[in-house]
Ligand binder design. Structure first.
Ligand SMILES: [Zn+2]
Length: 327
């Protein structure tokens, strides 16, 4: 029932998107992004991005000076389980810059880039979030797919410092590839910073008023942002480990989660709407019956959202409301 209500809501949003596209003629047109982009002084740079969480950011930064191809641009595909096709390998050919999330999240993309666009620099968001250079030869250590319980959380587009770091790295690489457009890219970078202001403000407001409040989450997707706003993660450890390994929690782990909610042991439940199944539904039902507010988040850019910033700000606004913070 939850799922069908959500799908209905998503469908209602679609006509609005179509209207704003025909209006602006440019999908970056919104109140938060600049509409009067300067013309590009060079031939556009071909950029390939693995997943849509970064695709929109790169498009905003590159503007008319880039042709951005995003491989997984649909929210119906789970990047964790994605198996690339030969057609995906072909999409990397001719790329002059590659942007991947990194870690084990989209390992396939790093491999395809190394094979099809070996000379293109690779911006790697996970490496940036770990304070490493974030670009380089793409040589990754061998490892299994998906989440590792001993690996860093790969959902780094939820880390405000990673977003800024990736934006800086993309701008630096583009400026090196097309030096005659360096001023153009610098302008786009500063416009992106301006459009991130509502996001920065929402994070600061929540951090100021709700620091130390607690949450539990059906999945770790939002954990980096929750930490950035000062929330404490009270997700039962057994459940979180199972979830990070993409396995089902044991009945005892699920019971611990449900008991936590029944006891109102957290201030909010963070719920990833892109994961379906009886486990998240039972958790949600327990939160609702205990009147623990449920904050919906998505792994990939939410359908009907016209920019990375709009997507993030909508979620932060829901979180603020659930925590009783005005933003
Ligand atoms: Zn995930």
């Amino acid at each position: 029932m939850t799922v069908s209500r959500r799908l209905a809501a998503a469908m209602l949003v679609v006509p609005f998107v179509l209207v704003s596209c025909s209006d602006g003629g440019d999908d970056s047109a919104s109140s938060a992004t600049p509409t009067d982009a300067a013309p590009c002084p060079v031939a556009p740079v071909d950029v390939v991005v693995s997943v849509d969480q970064w695709g929109d950011v790169v498009t905003e930064l590159g503007g008319a000076c880039t042709n951005v191809t995003t491989l997984l641009a649909s929210s119906s595909v789970d990047p964790h389980d994605y198996e690339p096709s030969p057609a995906d390998a072909a999409k990397f050919e001719g790329a002059r810059l590659v942007v991947i999330n990194g870690g084990h999240y989209d390992e396939w993309a790093g491999k395809l880039a190394a094979g099809s666009a070996p000379d293109a620099p690779v911006v790697d968001a996970v490496r940036i979030s770990e304070g490493e250079a974030g670009h380089g030869d793409g040589a990754d250590e061998a490892g299994q797919k998906g989440h590792d319980d001993d690996a860093a959380n790969p959902h780094v587009w939820y880390s405000p410092t990673a977003v800024t770091g990736v934006a800086d790295a993309v701008t630096a690489e583009l400026s090196e590839i097309a030096p005659d457009a360096a001023d153009y890219f610098a302008e786009r970078r500063s416009a992106f910073a301006t459009s991130l202001q509502p996001y920065d403000d929402a994070i600061a407001a929540i951090k100021q008023s709700a620091s130390g409040k607690t949450y539990a989450a059906t999945e770790a997707v939002f954990d980096e942002m929750a930490a950035a706003v000062g929330l404490q993660n009270k997700t039962p450890a057994g459940y979180q480990t199972a979830s990070n390994n993409e396995s089902d929690p044991s009945p005892a782990d699920l019971d611990a989660f449900i008991t936590l909610l029944q006891d109102k042991g957290v201030d909010v439940l963070i719920y990833n709407t892109q994961t379906e199944g009886s486990v998240p539904e039972q958790i949600r039902a327990a939160a609702e019956s205990a009147s623990v507010p449920v904050v919906e988040v998505t792994e990939t850019v939410a359908p009907g959202t016209d920019s990375f910033e709009a997507w993030q700000v909508a979620q932060l606004t829901s979180l603020a409301e659930a925590l009783g913070v005005s933003v």
